[in-house]
Structures are given as structure tokens and as C-alpha cells.
Design a protein around this ligand. Structure first.
Ligand code: 6PG
Length: 251
């Protein structure tokens, strides 16, 4: 598999460099969207990778844009209450949303405390009511994603064809490896976005990154390979450690 014409790979020195690049990219995309449409909708990534970028946005970049024009969504969520340490919402709130004083009405969290299937249906309704629809799905300006060492992204995990039931906008899969349910945007929504950005760092991701970018196309085994924005762009922001096993690096 090689990069599509609307995809690019950026290799940076380390996680610190990536955090700054993610923050800079967020600000640039937000400014452009607010300039063009008066608003910016972003789905936040969970996990640990984006924390440093969120913290930068809440500190060094807090005066960089009109935060009141930004609406925050989520790419996925664990099925836990919002005050649980596992919650992606809690991580984002503590790192960025709280310190920036983002009003509750501008944050659309997935309700991990509810029955997973009900939470998925409810979130699909929120996407439909809050976002314009292009390419047949609610369209986010920007979706921030990470990648697991197994090639998952959001909560699309190996073993299930990520296109299963792709008429859905949000899905609540049971994840065997964790013995729990998750809530996740489906490829239909991911690939409708104007901008997708995957932030991946560290040696633990090097095997997956090489398999995803240079191995055969097999999204059931490597769900992140499903990322193929229909009209937007996909940017991989990786560090040298994660890129260590790639045979072809950008110039
Ligand atoms: C989650 C994320 C998940 C994450 C990857 C990478 O809920 O955990 O949505 O897809 O982005 O697992 O996680 P790290 O950034 O912690 O490596």
C-alpha cells in the first residue's frame, strides 16, 4: 500500500516536535475554517498521544484563535462515565477544554455512561443535527486520530471489517481484547471529513506503521488502512522512531 494522492507523511524528530506540529496544524485549520465558514468542528482523538498537543493549545496557543467558534466532538470513547480516568472526554477536558473555558454547549461528548448501543444512536443524531452533510455523511472540518500498535484507529479494532454496517455513523463494537464495548465514529464519517490527521510516535508503533503504509491492504487486520477521505486530506504526523521500519521516507 502506498500513500494516496490526497495523503501525506510528515516525519518529525520526536514526540515533542509532533505535539507542536499538531497544535500548529489545529490552529491553522481552525483559523481557515472560521475565516471561511465562521465555525470549526473538530473530533478529538483519545489515548495518550494527543495530550501534549492539547496542553500546548490550552497554554501557548490559547490566544491564537477565537475558541468560541470551535465546536468539539470525539472520534471515539470508552464506555465509562465522563469522570472515569479511562474517559477520553476526561482527558481532553483536563488537558484543554477546561483550561480554555470551552462552554459546555460547544462540547459534544459521547455518553460512555449510557448503554453502548443507545449512546451510539444518540451520537449519530447529534452529528446529523450539528454538522452539514457532504459526501453522504455529517462532515467534520477536522478529525484527530491516533494509531494503536495493532493498527487500530478510533475504536475500529482488528478482527472486524471496519466497513461492517457502514450505513451507520456511529458504532458500539465489543472489543475482545479489552472485554468491553467502545463507541466510535465509522469510516463513513471519518472519510467525509475535510481533514484527517493521524499522530503516531514511538518505537511501539513502527511495525504497525510499516505494515499499514507499505504492506498489503487489509483493513480487517489493520483498520486504520480504511482512512481514505473522499474529498479531504489525510496527514500522517509521525516521529523517527515510529517511522524506523519504513523503507521509503518522504524527501
Ligand atoms: C482511544 C483512542 C485510540 C488511540 C490509539 C493510540 O480511545 O484509545 O481513540 O484509537 O488513538 O489507541 O493510543 P495512544 O495515543 O495512547 O498510543
Amino acid at each position: 500500500m502506498s500513500l494516496a494522492s490526497n495523503a501525506s507523511l510528515v516525519v518529525l524528530a520526536d514526540e515533542t516536535a509532533i505535539a507542536r506540529a499538531v497544535a500548529e496544524s489545529f490552529v491553522a485549520k481552525a483559523r481557515a475554517a472560521i475565516e471561511a465558514r465562521g465555525t470549526f468542528s473538530v473530533a478529538l482523538a483519545g489515548g495518550s498521544s494527543p495530550k501534549a498537543a492539547y496542553a500546548l493549545l490550552a497554554t501557548e496557543y490559547r490566544d491564537a484563535l477565537a475558541w468560541g467558534q470551535v465546536r468539539f466532538f470525539f472520534g471515539d470513547e470508552r464506555c465509562v462515565p465522563p469522570d472515569d480516568d479511562e474517559s477520553n472526554y476526561k482527558m481532553a477536558y483536563q488537558a484543554m477544554l477546561g483550561p480554555l473555558g470551552i462552554p459546555g454547549g460547544h462540547v459534544f461528548r459521547m455518553r460512555g455512561e449510557d448503554l453502548p448501543a443507545s449512546a451510539a444512536v444518540a451520537y449519530a443524531a447529534i452529528l446529523t443535527s450539528e454538522l452539514p452533510a457532504a459526501h453522504g455523511a455529517p462532515t467534520l472540518d477536522f478529525i484527530m486520530l491516533g494509531m494503536g500498535p495493532d493498527g487500530h484507529t478510533a475504536s475500529l479494532f482488528p478482527g472486524t471489517d471496519p466497513l461492517t454496517g457502514d450505513d451507520e455513523l456511529v458504532r458500539a463494537p465489543y472489543v475482545e481484547k479489552f472485554g468491553t464495548y467502545r463507541i466510535t465514529l465509522t469510516p463513513r464519517v471519518l472519510n467525509a471529513a475535510y481533514d484527517l490527521e493521524v499522530e503516531t510516535a514511538g518505537p511501539s508503533k513502527s511495525d504497525a506503521l510499516a505494515a499499514v503504509l507499505e504492506g498489503p491492504y487489509d483493513p480487517t487486520a489493520l483498520p486504520i488502512q480504511i482512512l481514505a477521505p473522499s474529498a479531504g486530506r489525510l496527514t500522517w504526523l509521525v516521529d523517527r522512531a515510529a517511522a524506523a521500519k519504513l523503507t521509503a521516507l518522504p524527501p
